[in-house]
Design a protein around this ligand. Sequence first.
Ligand code: ATP
Ligand code: MG
Length: 575
Amino acid sequence: MRTSRYLLATLKENPVEAVVDSHRLMLRAGLIRQVASGIYNWLPTGLRVLSKVEAIIREEMNKKGAIEIAMPVVQPADLWRESGRYVKYGPELCRLKDRKQNEFVLGPTHEEVITALCRNEIKSARQLPMNLYQIQTKFRDEVRPRFGVMRGREFIMKDAYSFHVDHESLEQTYQDMYDAYTAIFTRLGLTFRAVEADTGSIGGNHSHEFQVLADAGEDTIAYSDESSYAANIEMAEALAPNEEREAPGAAYSKAPTPGCHTVDEAAAALGIPADKVLKSLVVRGETKEDGTHDLIMLCLRGNQELNEIKAGKIPSVADPIEFATEEEIAAFTGAHPGSLGPIDFKGRIIFDRAADKMSNFACGANEDGFHLINVNLDRDIPNYEVMDLRNVEEGDPSPDGKGKLHLRKGIEVGQVFMLGTKYSEAMGATVTDKNGQNIPMEMGCYGIGVTRVVAAAIEQHHDDKGIVWPEGMAPFQVGIIALGLGKSEAVKAEAEKLYEELEAMGVEVLYDDRDERAGVMFSDMELIGIPHVITIGAKGLDKGIVEYKNRRTLEKEEIKREDVLAALKQKLGRA
Ligand code: ATP
Ligand code: MG
């Protein structure tokens, strides 16, 4: 490719809208351009990278016997009503109507379409197992699209769906996909961890996420320093502290805490540490048949955080979690958030396992501007349940009993799910088993965020000059810079010749024939991250040499003109 005939689209300045490195570099290196919030053009250089990622994914999926298909982006709303997700998926699901007022959605994922396809096409258990995949555009109307293509609204996903006659067969394919993902992310040169994960709106009962370790990640993962235990913080169990609750002291009494709305403010006003103050949160119960809901109080140590995923899984608590409004709370307790507590709370009270060990603590008095001090469980609060409600913290014991937990940020690039019969049962996708019985098929589903992978790779692989692509992802393998092309016929002739020789060898070459200033051409090559760059200048040619520079090490060497092809072959691993 000649830069003069190409849409290079590199930018000199850092775009103000980019807050993470990958977004900044993807804009600056001319990989993407925003069209609307969370919606992007992929420019030629970006598309080349994307195609390489897709090719690796295809190869590894095909190796495991998965078969590629293509499903539509636009899907009938009725399929989503059948699965029960039309309402449940919420505002992330983009709903639309055609000219005849038929209702459709833009597919955020394809369980419904594939289940409808397979209930027609798969009739006999002899056809199973079957694993079908596609690489295709998804649309999710994300609340907060950000970080470029890392969290877009339109993005490309590889999604696979497997069908089975029994759970054992599902487990086998789940393991195959787990292995395929491990192979894919390893080949892509990413440092990642597979972690236990929540199943979210996709559902099912067993799941792993593949998390690329990077500070820009939006997820937090917890892993043990002594075992292979690793989980998304959403899932990581916080064990009950290995300590006895201290005996109650003096009876509780009321203390003024005017203007205090947070645990820290109350702790300061009372002159005690935050872990001696109870954090009391009020959430809604599930909506009942008559349209009403109960209010439920969740209590934690003041210095610890509620885990909303764990809370959402508590039976009869609304899932996803819904916090009660200030008005609701005031009507129910007589006080506002900031002054709430479990004493005389008229609803269900749930204490976190660590909060359950507190004694002689402070909590809101359910009266604005007041707290109670020297409060004790059982003595002052007779009815309460104890559950795991909080996020684990750095140094907590690992739930498998081995070692301590550490926390790292991760970017979720893939997730595998055992769905069981959630969709096949709801949508009537059955097969006849050997006993002649009609049974719903067991299903699994397996996603990779293809566009997000590119951003994640850049988060892990860049320096102050630009992108340093992992092997196999670079948009071009070799760059040619011709210095003073307009002034020297010899430079022009040699650059053209080398370009043609490399093209003939099937090497992907970016030939900078713009006759720009040397500095501009060098920095563009480094920004885009071309792994091997040959610079041809008049001075060198007089001595019969060209200059080679390696993008990763930034080391330079002089190579005799006649040795260039052999040297590049070796560097490209083709010798
Ligand atoms: P997240 O928790 O990041 O919102 P998710 O768990 O909802 O993602 P899945 O349904 O598991 O996503 O989709 C499979 C993969 O698609 C994810 O692992 C992720 O890599 C990618 N993905 C999901 N949402 C987005 C998005 N908004 N932009 C880019 N990639 C995405
Ligand atoms: Mg996911």
